[in-house]
Design a protein around this ligand. Structure first.
Ligand SMILES: [Fe+2]
Ligand SMILES: [Fe+2]
Length: 471
């Protein structure tokens, strides 16, 4: 079918994690299960193999136990590590424009570079990630510009990421200790980190633990245990607190540091380290705040998607109310709408902000995003219905949509409503190649161009409540 993609495992290389076993009880959700699954969106945004946040959490909790961290601090550390990259989308657009390259690749590569020292590693990073596809003269100019401004650039992208990450932690109701830990994640023991240049014990303990844990996972996953420990030893006293590196070495000597990290059990083992598991109901404010927060994380990736998830949620719920959906169905619809574009975290800003038509390869990547949304949400217990609605937002009644080419009766009413809300907000938004339309004009275009692919009842409901949405 036109526009449909059929995926083989090798086409989604970042996603090689096993399905998780489901533990939540019928009437409640375990907060850690929801947050750990949603952390996969952050892994996509940082270019890390999916599961990085969860594996970092497991390593951080092992280090915490080794140094005898209090239960209260371990509770904060657990969620801080799962959400340590919550600010990663805020600097994506800035990185793309500054480097002139794929922001996700640049983020992945920088994590395998000691950027604090000028070396073959940093030169190689610059050659690979600064304007790599541009003609030679432009490339040289971009490299020269970056060489002169790299300190300021690096400070700015780190600062906005850290501040936004902390703000997201506060938004979902986590403690100030958790938020502070995320805000100082990139500070180094020797004071050469960013954004504040904090030194030694000025750096929150949670940040010191998380920096070591995430670096261990990144090198372990990319290059193996031996190199991961070598990096920890080499950077001891520079990036990392020496006592924490010694703690890692002690755990490794007992054969426990890397245990379960590559196994199917990694999620269950990581979740078993939560000191006091918390449950929430589907209609809890906590759950709603988590969905709002992840919608904001996705929307922050590009100025062209500013407020998109929130707008789509409001439009979809307004249509749903017009069509007399009950309170539970409206709640599921709102949360599905807030989370519908989670998979866009895995799409480079080179594509999201391209000022023109996407080529075939770029479309292939773009069409993956609802698939990633589905993979992230489907893994959460009791999210079956929500994941189907969210991941169907680019499907069309005639089967020409993506990623599965579903048609007609395969699409629930909520999925049809979401598709209408998605197109309506997209038509009104500013894009890299067009100024924003008024909502009135967007409605006119939607009616004229897309009506045969959308549910006419949903379009009619949108038209009936148009005044409400335009006010
Ligand atoms: Fe969308
Ligand atoms: Fe989308």
């Amino acid at each position: 079918m036109n526009g449909t993609i059929f995926l083989k495992q090798e086409e989604v290389p970042l996603w090689n994690v096993p399905e998780r076993s489901r533990r939540s009880t019928e009437f409640s959700l375990r907060v850690a299960e929801v947050v750990s699954a949603l952390s996969h969106a952050l892994d996509l945004g940082t270019g890390q193999p999916v599961g990085h946040s969860v594996r970092s959490c497991l390593l951080a909790m092992r280090l915490a136990e080794e140094i005898g961290l209090s239960k209260a601090m371990r509770k904060d550390l657990f969620y801080a590590t799962l959400l340590k990259d919550a600010g990663c989308s805020t600097n994506a657009s800035k990185m793309f424009h500054a480097l002139g390259s794929d922001d996700i690749k640049a983020k992945r590569d920088v994590k395998l570079t000691d950027w604090t020292r000028t070396s073959w590693e940093t030169v190689s990073y610059a050659l690979q990630n600064v304007a790599p596809d541009k003609p030679l003269a432009q490339r040289v100019a971009a490299l020269w510009r970056m060489a002169r401004t790299s300190k300021q650039y690096s400070w700015e992208v780190t600062k906005i990421r850290c501040e936004r990450g902390a703000a997201i932690a506060r938004l979902v109701g986590l403690s100030e200790v958790t938020a502070d830990g995320i805000a100082s994640l990139d500070e180094h023991w020797n004071g050469e980190g960013q954004p504040q240049g904090l030194k030694k014990k000025e750096i929150p303990l949670l940040s010191r633990l998380m920096l070591l844990a995430q670096t261990l996972d990144i090198y372990f996953t990319a290059r193996g245990a031996t190199e991961a420990m070598q990096v920890a030893r080499n950077r001891s006293g520079a990036w990392f607190e020496p006592d924490l590196v010694n703690a890692a070495r002690s755990i490794e000597a007992r054969g426990m540091l890397w245990a379960d990290l590559s196994s199917e059990e990694v999620y269950d083992v990581a979740l078993s380290m939560e000191p006091e598991p918390k449950e929430m109901q589907e209609d809890d404010q906590t759950f709603h705040s988590i969905c709002v927060a992840f919608g904001q994380i996705v929307d922050s990736k590009s100025p062209f998607t500013f407020s998109h998830s929130e707008n789509v949620a409001n439009i979809a719920v307004t249509i749903g109310e017009k069509m007399f959906l009950d309170a539970r169905r409206l709640r599921v619809l709102r949360n599905a709408a807030l989370l519908h574009d989670l998979g866009k975290m895995g799409v480079s800003n080179q594509i999201l902000e391209k000022p023109g038509e996407l080529n075939e390869d770029e479309w292939r990547v773009m069409r993956l995003h609802p698939f990633y949304t589905w993979k992230i949400l489907h893994a959460i217990p009791r999210f079956g219905e929500l994941s189907e609605i969210a991941a169907s937002h680019h499907e069309k009644l005639d089967g020409s949509g993506y990623f599965r080419g579903l048609a007609d009766k395969q699409l629930s009413l909520e999925a049809r409503i979401l598709a209408v809300a998605e197109i309506f907000d997209g038509l009104a938004a500013r894009t890299p190649y067009r100024e924003p339309r008024s909502r009135k004009n967007a409605l006119h275009v939607l009616h004229k161009e897309a009506c045969h692919q959308l549910d006419p009842n949903c379009v009619a409901a949108l038209e009936e409540c148009a005044d409400q949405l335009m006010s």
